[in-house]
Write a protein that binds this ligand. Structure first.
Ligand SMILES: Nc1ncnc2c1ncn2[C@@H]1O[C@H](COP(=O)(O)OP(=O)(O)OP(=O)(O)O)[C@@H](O)[C@H]1O
Length: 463
């Protein structure tokens, strides 16, 4: 767990370094004697405040090294408050440091009591800014707790959930696999007044028909061979709470009739039992299937369909959610960095391009899995498209053109279309030119350096 009160003292005078180390009781104090050590400590401990002596080796008598260190700190940890410590005769450098992004300066000689106050104030500001940023992120990126998304379609879905949560209406959530149907069902339960009780989930596609009935409705002792004791079903277990029926489209027809009866009368009978047991619960169903088509095929009861779809929420596939994919990718990256104790700092440009171009057939689950695998395996400081196994070839295979038409953001759409056309044209020219760069460049009417930079940009390999 990250300690919030971490101070980094960057000071090459070892006497002063140890004096400073002991005067900040409230802080966990880390020390560094030069630029390199300072940057390692910043990455490792993410301090809220840094005190930085401008006279660092190899320029202990000047300020060049101190100012260069400041620039790097501001670059990699922009929220960190850097307090410059400098000689009384060097006000100009102090002002220059403020221009470069230092939070404050302090003129030597050091009076520990005053410096503690300055550091405390800087830490308090850091805390407020952090909290503010956190709240803004929640407001901007999380329409509901734990649900990441900023696109209009997701905000609409979240608003519907908020509106229906306090009612008892039966909700049907539709969407491709991995779009977050179960996550939304859980959010609905959490916003409802049924939160003191459980959400009980059952996947109708994962359990064989003979077992599904007893799983749902329970059984009395001796109801069938192996029924050695009375057992409650999922419906009874959800009493007072929410029953989540996932893959409802796979519920066999005989069980559809039994479920319909329960939804109409709100009582169940266990298998082998005669007693009618009243159960009070809210039902949420989900499916990736087209239920209306199943109705026309005679595979789904229309009366059950109308019962379960008092409110229908359609979750769009990820390829229709504009920039949500990048938001999700970044969120999963920080989550898995924390989980696996890694410090990968974002995505390379080619990774960002690949993430926006790929069509994500497995939706959010696929983003989560790819980033998890990449964080575990990656060796560099940023994730590349190869780490994500989304190199140019797989992005092309996913055929990025259809996405161009579905994107919410028209500017992105044009960019995707242009880049797709560029990739294809370059590949064709290389084929014609048998992989000879200068000939391909001539065909494309660009210079060789331009073609090289395009090959690098799109990660096109020349055989
Ligand atoms: N908007 C989102 N923000 C954050 N995480 C999400 C989001 N949508 C889905 N997830 C995560 O993606 C994974 C798949 O989501 P979920 O199981 O809810 O999808 P599903 O539509 O129910 O899938 P299936 O139809 O295959 O059961 C889960 O780990 C979930 O937490």
């Amino acid at each position: 767990m990250v300690n919030n009160k971490i101070l980094l003292v960057v000071e090459d005078d070892l006497g002063l370094q140890s004096q400073l180390r002991w005067c900040f009781d409230e802080f966990e104090v880390e020390v560094a004697a030069n630029r390199q050590e300072a940057l390692v400590q910043i990455r490792q401990h993410q301090p809220s405040v840094v005190t930085l002596d401008l006279g660092l080796p190899p320029d202990p008598g000047g300020t060049r090294e101190g100012l260069a260190t400041l620039e790097e700190i501001v670059n990699i940890a922009p929220m960190t408050k850097v307090i410059i410590i400098t000689g009384n005769d060097d006000r100009n450098s102090a002002v220059q440091a403020i221009n470069l992004g230092a939070y404050d300066f302090y003129l030597k000689p050091v009076d520990p009591t005053i410096l503690v106050l300055v550091v405390e104030r800087a830490h308090r500001l850091w805390e407020l800014e952090n909290e503010n940023q956190r709240l803004q992120q929640i407001r901007h990126h999380s329409p509901l707790h734990g649900i990441i998304g900023n696109s209009n379609l997701m905000l609409q879905a979240a608003q519907t959930i908020e509106k229906v949560a306090l009612t008892n209406a039966t909700v049907l959530i539709l969407g491709e696999s991995g779009t977050g149907k179960e996550l939304f069902a859980r959010a609905l339960h959490q916003l409802s007044s049924r939160i003191p009780n459980r959400l009980v989930a059952i996947n109708c596609a994962a359990i064989p028909e003979q077992l599904l009935e007893s799983e749902l409705f329970g059984y009395e002792q001796g109801a069938f061979t192996g029924a050695i004791k009375q057992t409650k079903g999922k419906i009874e277990c959800a009493h007072g709470g929410t029953l989540f029926l996932d893959e409802i489209g796979d519920l066999p027809l005989p069980l559809q009739a039994k479920l319909l009866r329960f939804l109409q009368e709100r009582v169940i009978e266990r298998l082998g039992g005669r007693e009618e047991i009243p159960v009070d619960l809210r039902v949420v169903c989900a499916t990736h299937q087209d239920l209306e088509q199943k109705i026309t095929q005679g595979l789904f009861r229309p009366d059950l369909f109308y019962r379960i779809s008092e409110i229908t929420i359609s979750l769009p596939p990820l390829r229709d959610r504009g920039n949500d994919v990048l938001l999700l990718a970044r969120t999963f990256l920080s989550q898995f960095n924390r989980e696996f104790n890694k410090a990968i700092r974002g995505f390379t440009r080619d990774a960002t391009t690949a993430i926006t171009h790929y069509s994500w057939p497995g939706n959010v689950r696929e983003v989560e899995n790819r980033i998890k695998r990449a964080v575990i395996m990656a060796e560099g400081r940023q994730l590349t498209s190869a780490d994500l196994e989304l190199d140019t070839a797989s992005v092309n295979n996913a055929d990025i053109f259809p996405q161009a038409y579905h994107c919410e953001n028209a500017v992105t759409t044009l960019r995707i279309a242009r880049e797709t056309a560029e990739i294809r044209t370059i590949r064709r020219a290389l084929q014609y030119a048998n992989g000879k760069i200068s000939q391909a460049a001539k065909l494309l009417d660009v210079t060789r350096p331009t073609l090289y930079s395009l090959l690098e940009k799109y990660q096109i390999k020349v055989d």
